[in-house]
Write a protein that binds this ligand. Structure first.
Ligand SMILES: [Zn+2]
Length: 463
C-alpha cells in the first residue's frame, strides 16, 4: 500500500470524522472544562484500537492515545477548546447566537482536533497495512486558549519521547507558517496601598491606583526601547473600587508580553518588574508580582515543513467540491467591503512557502513549547472563506459546513502523508533534530511557567 491509499482511506472514512467534529462543535467547552469532548475522543480512539490515558500533567482534560510500537514515534497534536461568549448558529451568514452568553468554536478547534486525528489514523492505517514498525501518539491538548495546556504538558515531559510532532490550524488560506508565532508571558501586578478618606485625611492614604497608573505610564515610555517585534499589552483588572472619595487600597493589572524568541522575554519581564517597583516606591505602596503563565515561540523546522508543503501542493484539495460555496461567499460579504470582494470564497492554490521562516506572526500558541522539545511542523488549510478572522462569529458559523469538513479532510491527508514520508526517509528526522539544535542555539527547553503554578492555580487566577 502506498501513500495514495492512506489518502483514499481517509476520504472513505470522512463521514465518521465529520460527525465527531460536529459533536465537538456542539459541546463547545472552554479551557479546562472539555470533559465531554474528551469522552467523545476517548470512545472514538478506543474503537480504533488506541490505548488511551486520560489526565496528564495535572490537566484533567488532557490525554494521550497510543498505537503501535518501535521507532519512529510520531506525535499528532489535537485541540478541542472553545471560546466564551462566541455562541453562534451554524450555517447562517448573520450574527445570531445559539445560546446567549454561550461558548462557540471561534478558533475552529473542533476541526483542529479531528483533522490531527485523521492524520494519526491515516498514518496508523499505513503502518498496519504495510506491517511496518512505528508508534502513533495522538495528544489531546486542552486549554490552548489562555490555558497553555501544551506548555504544562511539555513541562512534565509528555512530548520527550517523540521523534517528530505534527499539527495544523484552520485558516482562510492553505499555507505553511511564514515565520514563528511569538513567545508570550502573562504577569499580574497587584499594588497594595492604604485606604483613607480622600478629603478628610488624604495624607494617611497611599493610593494603589496611583501606583498602577504610574506603572502603565512607565511602560508606555518603555515601548520605544524594546525590539520592534516585541509586544506589551495590559488590562486593568482591579481599579480599587468605585468611590473617588476613598483612597484606593488595591489595584491590579494583567500584563502580556510577547517576543519572537523566548529568551528575549526574560529581559522584558525584568524591565517591567523594575517599572512596577519604581511605581511602588514613588507612591509608598507595595507591589506583588505574580508570573502566571507563558508559551514559547514556535521553532520552524524546514526539513519537515518542506515535506508538508510538498504534500499540500500534491494532494488534490477537496474544497472545490463543497456543496455550500454560496454560503461561504455570503460569509465573505459580511467581512469585506463591496468594492473589495474576491472572485471566489476560497483560494485553492497553496500560498508560496517562505523557506526562510523569517516573518513572525503576531499571535502566540502553546504549540511553541512542543516545538522546543521535538521537531514540529504544522500547516494551515482553508476551512474558512478568505478574510475570515479567527475568534469571530463567522468562524463559528462555518464550523460545521461542508467546506470546513473538506478543509479538515485536506489537513488530515497532508499530515498523514507527511508522517508517512518521514517514516520512509529516516534521514529527515536526523536532519530535523540538527535544525532544532541550531534554532535553540543549544539552549535546553526552559518552561516559561514557573513550577509553583499548576493548572488548577492558573484556572483559579484567570476565571
Ligand atoms: Zn486556535
Amino acid at each position: 500500500m502506498d501513500k495514495q491509499a492512506a489518502i483514499k482511506y481517509l476520504e472513505s472514512r470522512a463521514q465518521d470524522f465529520y460527525k465527531l467534529s460536529d459533536k465537538i462543535w456542539g459541546n463547545a467547552e472552554i479551557r479546562f472544562k472539555e470533559k465531554q469532548s474528551v469522552n467523545d475522543y476517548e470512545a472514538f480512539l478506543k474503537q480504533e484500537g488506541f490505548e488511551v490515558t486520560v489526565g496528564l500533567a495535572g490537566l484533567k482534560t488532557a490525554f494521550s492515545a497510543t498505537w503501535g510500537s518501535g521507532k519512529p514515534v510520531i506525535g499528532f497534536l489535537g485541540e478541542y477548546d472553545a471560546l466564551p461568549g462566541l455562541s453562534q448558529k451554524a450555517g447562517v451568514a448573520v450574527k445570531e447566537s445559539l445560546e446567549s452568553e454561550g461558548n462557540g468554536h471561534g478558533c475552529g478547534h473542533n476541526l483542529l482536533g479531528v483533522g490531527a486525528l485523521m492524520g494519526a489514523i491515516g498514518f496508523k492505517h499505513y503502518l498496519e497495512e504495510n506491517g511496518k514498525s512505528g508508534t502513533v501518539v495522538y495528544f489531546g491538548c486542552p486549554a490552548e486558549e489562555g490555558g497553555s495546556g501544551k506548555t504544562f504538558m511539555a513541562r512534565e515531559g509528555c512530548f520527550n519521547n517523540l521523534d517528530a510532532a505534527f499539527s495544523w490550524h484552520p485558516s482562510d488560506y492553505n499555507m505553511m507558517p511564514p515565520g514563528p508565532v511569538l513567545a508570550n508571558d502573562s504577569i499580574r501586578y497587584s499594588f497594595i496601598g492604604k485606604a483613607s478618606h480622600a478629603a478628610a485625611a488624604p495624607e494617611a492614604g497611599r493610593s494603589a491606583l496611583d501606583a498602577l497608573e504610574l506603572m502603565n505610564v512607565g511602560v508606555q515610555f518603555l515601548r520605544e526601547h524594546i525590539p520592534s517585534s516585541a509586544r506589551i499589552h495590559y488590562a486593568i483588572t482591579d481599579t480599587g473600587g468605585i468611590s473617588p472619595n476613598i483612597v484606593q487600597a488595591h489595584a491590579s493589572a494583567l500584563y502580556q508580553i510577547r517576543a519572537p524568541f523566548a529568551p528575549e522575554l526574560e529581559d522584558l519581564y525584568k524591565r517591567l518588574n523594575n517599572i512596577a517597583k519604581g511605581a511602588a516606591l514613588m507612591t509608598d505602596t507595595q507591589v506583588e508580582i505574580k508570573f502566571l503563565k507563558g508559551t514559547s515561540n514556535t521553532l520552524l523546522i524546514p526539513a519537515l515543513d518542506e515535506i508538508m508543503y510538498k504534500n499540500m501542493c500534491e494532494i488534490s484539495n477537496p474544497i472545490a467540491e463543497a456543496k455550500d460555496l454560496d454560503f461561504a461567499y455570503e460569509i465573505v460579504k459580511t467581512q469585506k467591503s463591496p468594492d473589495k470582494l474576491p472572485e471566489n470564497a476560497f483560494v485553492l492554490k497553496p500560498m508560496p512557502w517562505n523557506k526562510a521562516g523569517n516573518i513572525p506572526l503576531p499571535g502566540s500558541s502553546d504549540v511553541g513549547d512542543v516545538s522546543w522539545v521535538c521537531p514540529t511542523s504544522q500547516c494551515g488549510t482553508s476551512t474558512w472563506p478568505v478574510g475570515t478572522a479567527p475568534h469571530s462569529w463567522q468562524a463559528v458559523a462555518c464550523g460545521k459546513s461542508d467546506f470546513a469538513h473538506r478543509g479538515m479532510l485536506f489537513a488530515g491527508q497532508i499530515i498523514a502523508s507527511t508522517a508517512i514520508d518521514v517514516l520512509n526517509n529516516p534521514e529527515v528526522i536526523a536532519k530535523a533534530w540538527e535544525q532544532l539544535k541550531e534554532k535553540t542555539g543549544g539552549s535546553p527547553y526552559h518552561c516559561p511557567i514557573p513550577s509553583e503554578i499548576t493548572p488548577d492555580i492558573l484556572e483559579a487566577e484567570i476565571t
